[in-house]
Design a protein around this ligand. Sequence first.
Ligand code: PMP
Ligand code: GLN
Length: 430
Amino acid sequence: MAVAHKRGGFGCPIIGQLALFEGGTLSHLSGLSASAKVPGMSPSSAFNPVFARQGTTIFTVMSALASEHKAVNLGQGFPDLDGPQSIRAAAAKVLMEGPNQYPPMPGMAELRRQLAAHAKRFYGLDYAWPDEVLVTSGGTEALTAAILGLTGPGDEVVLIEPAYDSYRPIAEAAGATVKTVTLAPPSFRLTYEMLASAVTPRTRLIMVNTPLNPIGRVFDAAEMAAIARALRESNAYAVCDEVYEHLTYDGRPHISLATLPGMRERAVRVGSAGKIFSLTGWKVGWLTGPRELISVIAKAHQFLTFTTSPALQLGVAHGLAHEMDTAVALAARLQDNRDLLAEGLAEIGFDVLPSEGTYFLTAGISGLTNEKDRAFCERLAREAGVALIPLSEFFSGPSRPDTYVRFAFCKQRAVIEEALSRLKAHFKHV
Ligand code: PMP
Ligand code: GLN
């Protein structure tokens, strides 16, 4: 317990974050592609082209740069305070006393019961825990299993960009074709017309992420109705990435697509204990949805990870039963962080856009530099000691905006204050 608590603790907030990247450097990571150069090994064209052509994710790249330059890491989105002690204690007890063998493939009954109760309590949604709830190893695995289970060659998958990085490669690996809808700054609003232009008779899935990483949009009732209408007029299902469901600000509600008329049967919902309980390293996620969809997704899950650590599952079950007040209260603390960050950035000259939810805030950089976002972020990590994420990484295609950056504010106030003071000092001298 003591060890788990120490990392990233109060004592040394900034260095605490750097410790998370111990042992990882950019040269170590680029070694991932070096295998193709080893004599006797196959050229990369012999590998799965979807993965062979991937770079290292921007989150890893920027965390490595942060570590290398001792930068304050407002890039990769992870909290620097671990979630509730009682959840960690519950998991630790299971580690010591068991069970420690394979749990059931769909997840432990205790956790699935709590997840069904959570959907009912917060959204009025009824899911039968035995066959409409599936526990996965993180939201990432839930997304992967859902995409692999529901799509295949000849299908089209619609992404609303900016989009989380894992959706596209998994859809492509499934053999599907990706179509994109691009949200434009500064409002990043979604309309029915945008969706209608991307949806065809071949559309099998629309990926819906609200609250939306990276831009912090929370789709409102009109936008959710537009998605529901596009779905109703198609043969498509929705995979709803709701991992930030409890992180909305200024009293904005999170609307789960499944609560709209006819949508319960069309939508699978993805959640993550990492986000709800500030335990991102645990990688406990889940899916809730109609049994017809969950059943085929479970067929993918059984060959991806099959199951997830029993101690962590039971820790999360404890959290859902006893720590939801803490989880919900996190939004108020993060909203204060958002305001602190937004005010400081505006003073420096960033063009701060509204953040309605998530861990993240987006800001325009045109008033500060002529550089593109990625060059700006790399230079800032080196010269200002602050690591961010370039927004263009979440878009495909030539019309991607490239003068915006993403800041993570799921940090202690002292860390945000330190980042702001470094940025202020930097921009005073350039
Ligand atoms: N979806 C979004 C939008 C995310 O931001 C993240 C993680 N940051 C995930 C899915 C993955 O969640 P997990 O860490 O539980 O795999
Ligand atoms: N979701 C996190 C973010 O957006 C990163 C997760 C990851 O590193 N894969 O920052």
